[in-house]
Design a protein around this ligand. Structure first.
Ligand code: GDP
Ligand code: PGA
Ligand code: MN
Ligand code: MN
Length: 612
């Protein structure tokens, strides 16, 4: 289409910001779509109807939808993800740094003409509640040639043209270009892989080519909300953007209220922790509210010296596997008929329009007729003995925050919430106790930097050695780890009333039969309550070389039966394993040139305490 036609589409949609107009016109000239359409959240019903008509979505009950992504396009692709800037000093260990000019030029060539015959949707969005002190970093415009991506964006971000009219600086929005590409012919996973997911961080430009899936394609969420914001937070010297869940706990008896932010690597329990603690926890004494499950931006309010946090997202993109009435009833309530939820890559019955995933019910549906697995293959046609999962292990549900029954009353309050604790955790089968509290800032940041989880599918490396994932930001780190550590010390160090740190682990296993020692899920409220009591001076715990752990007496165990031997294990520090871990940590930290001395001092303090 001609530039004049693009201008006409923008006129009709009321897009007046000249910088947005120039950006859209420029990219339409590169990707050559057949049409340009500007999107508002209020277009959802019409776009859903079009997607159903086109077969991009299937009905999955009243106001519920099913989508299947291309079989080789079912997860974020970390090795194809790049942070490009014009400053070589931004190169870190994990950010796959490349030169901005070179990457921008090659992405442009990859995208040229690739939207031919398609509609380019213009999706203006805001990654913040309106009025947030960080609103200036939150605006973006995603261009995408994929309608299901638009429908996901409407659920996951605040979408509408009005956000563009309210920019303080009309040039200051993230330019986020998504081009799907010819998915069956991109050589995914081969030497000829065509996919690149690039954040040109110092130009606030995101160029993603070769996927229509989740974190690769919903550019507001991970590319902007995490990677770009991570960069902006440091460039502006104002904030942190982290892969954190965020929740609030009220004690109805004492009237106390606390907020906890926490970073766990992908698939380590953020969504479950934030959603499932639910209102009736522990005999109705506590009320737990949901703020966010994947991203938090944190800053210090100079007025009260506290760290504040907010969730920049508008929805939840949750792992479906094992979500059921027992593990996470709140999640099930948030995807009820009428919620508008979209299921991706679960199993689907095209006769009954039901969806199913492993762990939804104990056994899969007995009547196989109509059921298709995540690849679209008929379950009834499977070879005998084929017990591969019906749903992809990374299948997801997408729903807006307002559908979550325990979403906090003030989740849209631009002021954010004051943070009482920052917790880190991963899947660790031994060594890490249920919870250990850390009161020193440098030791807390050190603990985050040495966060690790068991490698899941790429399980190489020494036995007992973790895949380190600093602050759970390894896939989203935008600049060097050493500078990132310094920025953390600076931002949180500016708080006169800082949060406490803690490390949690719900995943210790019995060495013999492999059962989880701690029941997890809703019971995770108990160690969090102990942490808040410890912070408030209402619990003393027991000091260890790696932090303060609760005594069994201090932990609220009302109505919960856990074998004494298991409790013993998860409330104990295994000194031998910890000493071994310190050598791994040393190697890990040595990779980060110029790491602040305060972090090395913390490392040495912990090592020395372990030797004593
Ligand atoms: P996220 O990707 O970090 O948001 O993680 P999720 O909350 O989606 O959880 C990932 C997987 O871990 C899911 O299959 C959950 O059922 C499982 N999970 C979450 N919390 C717990 C827990 O406390 N204990 C155990 N054993 N599994 C959990
Ligand atoms: P997760 O979020 O952390 O729940 O997996 C999505 C992602 O990180 O891609
Ligand atoms: Mn995540
Ligand atoms: Mn999650």
């Amino acid at each position: 289409m001609s530039a004049a036609d693009v201008e006409k589409a923008l006129d009709e949609a009321g897009v007046s910001n000249p910088h947005v107009r120039e950006y859209v016109t420029y990219w339409a000239g590169i990707t050559e779509p057949a049409a340009v359409e500007v999107v508002n959240a209020s277009d959802d019903a019409r776009l859903v109807a079009e997607a159903l008509e086109a077969g991009e979505l299937q009905p999955a009950g009243e106001g519920l939808y099913y989508s299947r992504s291309y079989v080789k396009d079912t997860a974020r692709s970390e090795e194809r993800t790049i942070v490009a800037t014009s400053k070589p000093e931004d190169k870190g260990v994990y950010n796959n740094w490349r030169d901005a000019e070179e990457m921008s030029a090659s992405q442009l060539e990859r995208m040229r003409g690739q939207s031919a015959g398609k509609t380019m949707y213009v999706v203006p969005y805001l990654m913040a509640p309106q009025g947030s002190p960080l609103e200036a970093y939150a605006a973006g415009v995603e261009l995408t040639d994929n309608r299901p991506v638009v429908l996901h964006m409407i659920r996951m971000a605040r979408v509408g043209v009005t956000y563009l009219d309210q920019l303080e600086d009309p040039q200051h929005f993230v330019r986020a270009v998504h081009v799907t590409g010819d998915l069956p012919n991109l050589g995914q996973g081969t030497d000829a892989d065509q996919r690149y997911f690039v954040t040109v961080a110092d130009q606030r430009t995101i160029l993603h080519f070769g996927s229509s899936y989740g974190g690769n394609a919903l550019l507001g969420k991970i590319a902007h909300g995490l990677r770009q914001a991570c960069y902006d937070g440091r460039a502006s010297d104002r904030f942190l953007a982290e892969q954190f869940m965020l929740l609030g706990i009220s004690d109805k008896e004492t009237g106390k209220r606390w907020h906890i932010a926490g970073g766990f690597p992908s698939a380590s329990g953020k969504t479950n922790l934030a959603m499932t603690l639910a209102p009736d926890a522990l005999g109705d004494r506590y009320h737990v509210e949901f703020y966010g499950d994947d991203i938090a931006w944190l800053w210090v309010d100079p007025d009260d010296g506290r760290v504040y946090a907010m969730n920049p997202e508008f929805g939840v993109f949750g792992v479906a596997k094992d979500t059921n009435e027992k593990t996470n009833p709140t999640a099930l309530d948030s995807i009820e008929p009428g919620s508008g939820a979209i299921f991706t890559n679960v199993a689907y019955n095209d006769l009954t329009q039901e969806v199913w995933w492993e762990g939804k019910t104990k056994n899969p549906p007995a009547e196989l007729e109509g059921w298709h697995d995540w690849k679209g293959e008929k379950i009834a046609d499977r070879e005998p003995g084929d017990d591969s999962p019906w749903a992809h292990p990374n299948s997801r549900f997408t729903t807006t925050l307002a559908n979550v029954p325990n979403v906090a009353g003030d989740f849209e309050d631009p002021k954010g919430v004051p943070v009482d604790a920052i917790i880190f955790g991963g899947r660790t089968r031994d060594r890490e106790p249920l919870v250990r509290a850390i009161t020193d800032l440098a030791e807390g940041v050190y603990d985050g930097l040495t966060l690790g989880a068991e490698a899941t599918f790429a399980a190489d490396g020494l036995d007992g050695q973790l895949r380190y994932d600093p602050m759970s930001m390894r896939p989203f780190m935008a600049y060097s780890e050493a500078d990132y550590a310094a920025h953390w010390l600076k931002i949180i160090g500016a708080a006169s009333n800082p949060p406490i740190f803690a490390h949690v682990n719900w995943f210790q296993k019995d060495a013999e039969d492999g059962h989880f020692l701690w029941p997890g899920y809703r019971e995770n409220l108990r160690p969090l309550l102990w942490l808040m009591q410890f912070k408030d001076g209402d619990a003393k715990g027991e000091a260890t070389p790696v932090g303060v752990i609760p005594t069994l007496e201090e932990l609220n165990m009302d109505g919960l039966e856990v074998p004494a031997a298991d409790m013993d294990r998860i409330l104990k520090i295994d000194l031998d394993r910890w000493r071994q871990e310190m050598d791994f940590r040393h190697e890990h930290l040595e990779q980060f040139d110029g790491l602040p001395e305060a972090i090395w001092e913390a490392h040495r303090r912990v090592a020395k305490a372990l030797e004593a």
